[in-house]
Write a protein that binds this ligand. Sequence first.
Ligand code: SF4
Length: 482
Amino acid sequence: MSGCGGCAKGSGAPVDPAEAAEDGEFPGPTTNACKLCTPLGACLAFKGVEGTVPFLHGSQGCATYIRRYLISHFREPMDIAASNFAEHSAIFGGREVLHTGLANVERQYQPALVGVATTCLSETIGENMPQLLLEYREKRAGAPGGSELVHVSTPSFRGTHADGFHAAVRALVETLALPAEAGGEKTGRRSRAAQPVALFPGFVSTADLRHLREIAAAFGTRLTLVPDYSDTMDGASWSDYERIPAGGTSIEEIREMGSARAAIECGRALTGQARTAGTHLAKLGVPLHRLGLPIGLRETDALCAALTAVTGCVLPPAMEAARGRLLDAMVDGHKYVFGQRAVVFGDEDMVIGLTSFLCEIGVQPVICATVARNRNFDAMLRAAVPELPADTLVRGRMDFADIEAAAGERKPEFMLGHSKGYAMARRLGVPLVRCGFPIHDRMGGHRLLHVGYAGALSLYDSLVNTLLARKQEGSSIGYSYL
Ligand code: SF4
């Protein structure tokens, strides 16, 4: 599923035995990796910043592949520039094509920011990106305009799309956020208490981003979301082509994050990392709350508790009502879901959030799988979901072949994950409840709501209805009242 063939982890090439041994795992082939390419995640994160053009330092095919994947999920136009490596650049280095490409993008798009991500090829030949970008800045010094340049290193042979996403968010904040004093001088802003809360939502849907704003508004605070692609990747139709779609968090807002009232960083995969966007703000004196993705009751409760701690506002009536509706639905539908066996797959944070939700509603996750090379995935998941049965298979670095083989033995009633698991679910004869990214075989995958009490309710309805439909279709009588 990594799919482009340029990345050894997704092309069927063997995993490097030394690397696998270092990770304490058996070195076997990866036949269909349950991940997407790392710069893809970075490009999506860059699309959440106003006036930004994502730029790949590498081959044009990488940009085409990523555009095709994102367009197919979001159903929106998506420009990604590239330095267009050819043989000469691969052998002698890509300084010239990088500088030419950046100059072309600045001239044609006049972007506020260019987000530069490296591909497998430029990473493999060891391009010295800080030096190359410094030279470009020196070259254009004195010329009018000039975009912000933010660089992120995204070798796809070492990470997933989620890693690229988080790395780009961190690069944006590390490059742009100013310390409180400097931010105050520059922007004339007031005390921390008057500032928005900085929220790093993780790799979620456009509906999720909008709903997080609504949740914060219910607590009486504004958010600075990084990234926010809710408009750029899910906007209204245009009468004329727009080179850079409107929307996204502005550079000024990111600069001011150093003075934020507090920061909330979602994603348990990040909690073990010392260097993230959130920890950078913490170094600037911003109080940091590190949570999981707010999927299901418990994780949404944790988000609400963090917002209460930040704002002093107890659970607002609208949130309390949404929580009540979720509990009521859980009572109504428990007879359909209790004891059902599920396979959950996808990126780490989504798998942890979904597993937590499944355990809350009485489903038994029999396999929790991610391709991420996270040695602590099992411990991380079990710490977040302590009631998870001991015999549940929890593993990182699983490809679709591994998941399918394990699922054949464990006989799940359904699967929960993105649409790339469809072929596997079809062969196993079980339904796939689609969520996360990517969803290429349904409309509106990017508008699926996962987060908050409302997101849990929506997931719950689709899950119960999938099971009911299966029961109905498998019935010789054809019940119409279930
Ligand atoms: S960066 Fe690597 S994995 Fe991504 S499209 Fe290019 S070659 Fe493929």
